[in-house]
Design a protein around this ligand. Structure first.
Ligand code: ADP
Length: 166
């Protein structure tokens, strides 16, 4: 039984993340989508909101669980008997940072093997920050996020709508 974790900010989850989740869920027996909470980084959505979005879009994938951690990924990895860390690679720009993280994690925990899945060609350009930016100006985020959470994201971030309400 292979248990994998897919760590990230998921601020918010995008179609690119979901595509990696679906593919990883086929490859491993159990997949934990792990919201890694970094107290030094400001996020737009709370951990609970991010977890809620993930639960909504993963409800039909039975071997996927959602969890969060505040410390090191490898500490969670060890404490929860995980076998693999899954990461998505969009472009060369992701590679350098991910490569470094994979090596550091392996150094901290020799059993922590990282598996990279290449982003689908449709989502290589897609990031949570891009979604946040479009939503904050009232733009259409439908092509980038799952339909089930689209309105929740827009409602929270659309500064143009908030201005009109005043
Ligand atoms: P972001 O850079 O969008 O804030 P995260 O920190 O949530 O992303 O990323 C978590 C993991 O998901 C990382 O391995 C990242 O490379 C991967 N990822 C992010 N966006 C995509 C995407 N559009 N397609 C595939 N993988 C992605």
């Amino acid at each position: 039984m292979k248990k994998a974790i897919y760590p990230g900010s998921f601020d918010p989850v995008t179609n690119g993340h979901l595509e990696i989740i679906k593919r990883a869920a086929v490859l491993f027996d159990q997949l934990v989508v792990l919201i890694s909470v970094n107290p030094n980084k400001t996020s737009s959505f709370t951990t609970d909101e991010r977890a809620g979005f993930l639960r909504k879009v993963c409800y039909d994938i039975p071997n996927v669980q959602i969890d969060s951690c505040t410390g090191l990924i490898v500490d969670y990895f060890k404490a929860n008997d995980c076998d693999i860390i899954v990461k998505g690679l969009r472009a060369m720009s992701d590679f350098e940072n991910e490569f470094q993280m994979a090596h550091v994690n392996k150094h901290l925990c020799p059993g922590a093997e990282t598996v990279f899945l290449c982003a689908d060609s449709q989502s290589t350009y897609l990031s949570s920050s891009m979604v946040r930016q479009i939503a904050s100006f009232g733009g259409d985020i439908s092509p980038f996020v799952p339909e089930a959470i689209k309105y929740d994201i827009m409602k929270r971030l659309d500064i143009t709508a908030k201005k009109e309400e005043r």
